[in-house]
Structure formats: C-alpha cells, structure tokens
Design a protein around this ligand. Structure first.
Ligand code: ADP
Ligand code: MG
Length: 290
C-alpha cells in the first residue's frame, strides 16, 4: 500500500456476513482512497455495501480480508485497546438512524460533553468546546434541549457536534439526510461542508440523494460491494468570466487492472463473458466477442 499521505486507504476490501447457512458478500474487493481534508460522497443502491464500508471505517465492524488504513491505524490488525482509542479519537461517526445517535434524557450540551468526559477532557475545556461546536452547527441556542424538543434537522446537527467532540480527523456520516425533507437536508449538508472547510475535518458521507452528492467535488459510486465509478466536479471559468461546474465521470480501476463496464454499455453491445481488448495509441477499445 502506498504511503503517499492519503488519510484513508482501502484496497480489495472484503466483508462477508454469515447469516445461518447463507453467506452475504457485502464488500467484494472495494478500493477507496480519501485524501486529508477532502469531502467525499459515497452513493449506491440499497444493499450495495455503503453502511458496511462506513462501519468498518468507524472501527465498529472488522473486514474479512483486504486492507484498510485510516491515518496510522491498520483496521485489520488493531488490538482491542487500539480500537477503543481509534473510535474515541480518530473518527467521529454519525449513524444512519438519527435517533440512534442521541440519548433521550440528555440535553444537547450534555451529549456533546459525553465523548469528551470519556477521553478525560477537563470540565472547563468541555464546556468551551461543546458551546463552540453547537454554535458552529447552528444549534447553539438549543444547548439545553433534549432530543424530543428538537426538530429532525436540529437533532442531526447535534449528532454531528457529538461526533466532532473529540476533534476526530475523519467524520463519517451514514445517510445523515435520509430522514429529512429536501430543504432541511440541504441545510444539514451545508453544515457538513462548513465543518469540512472550517474545521479541516475529512468527511465521508453516504447519501442516496443526487442533489446532495452534486454539491461535493468527488462522488464515489459503489455497486455490488465495489467502487464502480467516480464523479469529479470542478469549477471552470468561461471566456465571458462566468463560472460553471464541470462534472466528469470516471470508471475506477483496481491495482490488478479490473474495471467495471456499466450495465447499459454491456447491454448496448451485448458484451458478455469474453470481450476483445485492443490497445490503440491513446486509448483501449472493448469489442464483443463475435
Ligand atoms: P447499504 O448501506 O448500501 O444499503 P449494507 O452495507 O447495509 O448496504 O449491506 C450490504 C449487504 O450486506 C446487504 O445485502 C445486507 O443485507 C448485508 N448485510 C449487512 N449487514 C449484515 C449483517 N449484519 N448480517 C448479514 N448480512 C448483512
Ligand atoms: Mg445503509
């Protein structure tokens, strides 16, 4: 695995769940690189392995095979003690169900306080940090409210503040806008972008909302437990001085040279098991085996 300073590196990551006699391959050789300071959206159909990937990166679930590194931690060979430290200090995790991130009988400030208490942060520092975080997420005036007294969007902002309490390098959010209406989810997403830009936290966010994924510079698509394509967006300046966003889709190639040919391409040319490849001066052609 390269040591070029990427914060997250997954290579040929495999996670097999055994449910009774049935084996489910949730991840089937997934590759992913996330640079420090990046904000990446992960998209994919239900069941494609997005939550599995995030819970592995969060240190909650362990991969079956492959490689996964976050910062200096190897997620396949971490001791139990390191795993606790990793979860406490390196990553912040916002779970898919809003409610599962919050504790019903605590108010917002107490909830942000909790992870810091576990890490031995002093009372004065905790007080300052929780105030700052709730403020940064636009819920500073709700510090004394319990989850039931907050709207869905406010609950999610508090959950993000809780995840950021111990100054993690990475914030992982699993469909944080999944239960919210369009306007509220745009706000929550904007809050994630602010956190990425202002606090320098690397953000990996799972979403099925195309409007939301269209706002980040890089979107990684997962299909059947593998990274299938990436969309990169950049702002270009036209001759008249106006700016517009250019989105380009790339297929992802793993280290063994495998790429996934999209289904509509395969169907259009009736590509099946065997195809003909030909190397041209500046590209490669793929033809049906006729
Ligand atoms: P996504 O978040 O993209 O919807 P998941 O990562 O939750 O996908 O699930 C990927 C696949 O793994 C699905 O087929 C799902 O049913 C299966 N799966 C996830 N968690 C478990 C588990 N604990 N036991 C058995 N199968 C699981
Ligand atoms: Mg999921």
């Amino acid at each position: 695995m390269s040591a070029d300073g990427a914060l997250i590196e997954c290579e040929s990551l495999v996670r097999i769940y055994q449910s009774g006699p049935v084996e489910v391959q949730a991840l089937q050789g997934l590759d992913l690189v996330v640079e420090r300071g990046e904000m990446v959206a992960v998209v994919g159909a239900s069941g494609s392995g997005k939550s599995t990937l995030l819970s592995i990166l969060a240190g909650i679930d362990a991969p079956t095979a492959g490689r996964a590194r976050v910062d200096r931690w190897n997620l396949l060979s971490m001791s139990r003690r390191d795993r606790v430290r990793y979860r406490r200090q390196t990553v912040g995790f916002v779970r898919q169900q809003t409610a599962s991130n919050l504790i019903p009988y605590l108010n917002a400030r107490q909830m942000v306080d909790l992870p810091m208490t576990a890490s031995g942060v002093s009372t004065a520092e905790r007080r300052q940090r929780s105030g700052e975080l709730l403020e940064a997420l636009g819920v500073g005036s709700f510090a004394d409210r319990r989850p039931a007294q907050l709207s869905g969007g406010q609950q999610m902002r508090v959950a993000i503040a809780v995840a950021l309490a111990n100054r993690p390098h990475v914030l992982l959010a699993d469909e944080p806008t999944g239960e919210l209406d369009t306007a509220t989810s745009a706000e929550v997403f904007a809050a994630l972008r602010d956190v990425n830009r202002d606090l320098g936290v690397t953000v990996v966010v799972v979403t099925h909302d195309p409007a939301v994924s269209g706002q980040v510079e890089r979107t990684v698509a997962i299909r059947d437990g593998r990274t299938s394509s990436e969309v990169l967006r950049r702002t270009a300046t036209a001759e008249d001085g106006g700016t517009h966003v250019i989105a380009e889709e790339y297929a992802v190639m793993d280290r063994a040279g495998r790429i996934q040919v999209p289904r509509d391409y395969r169907e259009a040319l009736a590509l099946t098991r065997r195809v003909r490849l030909a190397l041209e001066p500046d590209h490669i052609t793929i033809r049906p085996d006729a």
